[in-house]
Design a protein around this ligand. Sequence first.
Ligand SMILES: Cc1ncc(COP(=O)(O)O)c(C=O)c1O
Length: 474
Amino acid sequence: MSLIQPVSFEAALDAANQHARNYLAQVEGMPVGPALTAAELRQRLNKPLAEQGIPPEEVVHQLGLDAAGGLMQSPGSRFFGWVIGGTLPAALAADWMTTAWDQNAASYSTSPASAMVEEIVGGWLKELLRLPSSASFALVTGCQLAHFTCLAAARHAVLHQRGWDVERRGLFGAPPIHIVTSDLLHGSAERAIRFAGIGTDQIIRLPSDTSGRLPAATLAQALQSIDGPVIVILQAGDVNVGAFDSFRDLIPIAKRHGAWVHVDGAFGLWAAASPRFRHLVADVATADSWATDGHKWLNVPFDCGYAFVADSGVHQAAMAYRAAYISYAKDARDPADWNPEWSRRARGFATYAAIRQLGRRGIAEMIERCCDMAELLTTGIGRLPGAELIQTSPINQGLVRFLDPRPGATAEDHDRRTAEVVAGICASGEAWFSDTVWKGRRAMRISVCNWRTDRDDVDRVIQAVATVVRQRSA
Ligand SMILES: Cc1ncc(COP(=O)(O)O)c(C=O)c1O
């Protein structure tokens, strides 16, 4: 007798629907941080590996109950940790359908609708982000893989210029590639550099200025002393203060030296979608490649990043592959030609839904509102007794710190105090922030990336922070 019972999907989907809807209805009323310790969570979830299965609706129901205390309420409006976006209703629902459809979005032949939606979405994204309409693109798992995709194209191009075919010969014996960037390079780009086989010893990290920007003279001087293939990585919105390098000044310098210019715009590239903020990315379209995310500021569910490459030929040379058992489209786009993955999730549907839900105007409003809320939070918290504003951001980030009130307190005491207050705020359940080190000192990061965060949330959170600071001073 078969152990696989003939069951329908219905009961399991009903159970999932119920749990998901309850969660979303209650998320604003729940403590923002997880309720359970690691030991408690492990005990709940770590069932013995059973010989016999159980009905699917029972599996889903138990999972809904057991995971509950270990969830971070990051889809809610008072979550400001790291850089984590919320989810728009249309994007979330489209993501559910994506799972139900269970398409392999490798090629047009494996899923025509998935491939067509990606083709359309790529065009919309280029319009929204004001990138060249001729640029090629890939929908990948996140900005990390977008970096990798772009760097693979960059690696191909800078070595091809020197007569080296990296796809065929690899990097052994190739002219060494230099990566020139600022000291604010995000870890995901560093990892992509490792994955691309270039190696972290090849990174030249130039000092950024006090606002986090790479000075033009510093870049020019560094490039002068380098002979050989170069990739310059610039930043559209760094993770701490949302700093934007000046693309207008820096890209021509890099191009004069024959460098490939890649832009990390994980969230900051979205400034281009807002008439109020697009000056921050002036001339960014003159770069060679760009990496950004959907799961941060576009508020689609996780597993969604976008890579763009100005020279589609180079992009395809780095990624495409032909296999005899796959048929390739003549009149449509095959995602696998542009992606590092083979089998892959049809992640275009959620992006398609998000863009259709908001339209150009709605996306601009979401970007602008997040920036306004970040500014209010940063200045509001920075004005509290015992707090200090470190830096507001040109966009949706901000940094503050908390001062040890004891006479003679040292910088280390303020660092410790900052970490304690951040932990206290998170423990209060009223909001969630993460901390960082900025220019050598500990700071609390404020990151607003959720369409749901509004003025009431900001006022409530400033009050909550004031209470924690007061309690810790008593
Ligand atoms: C500036 C920057 N670049 C890249 C990334 C990595 O993005 P992902 O987590 O989507 O790979 C992040 C994530 O916070 C980021 O802030």
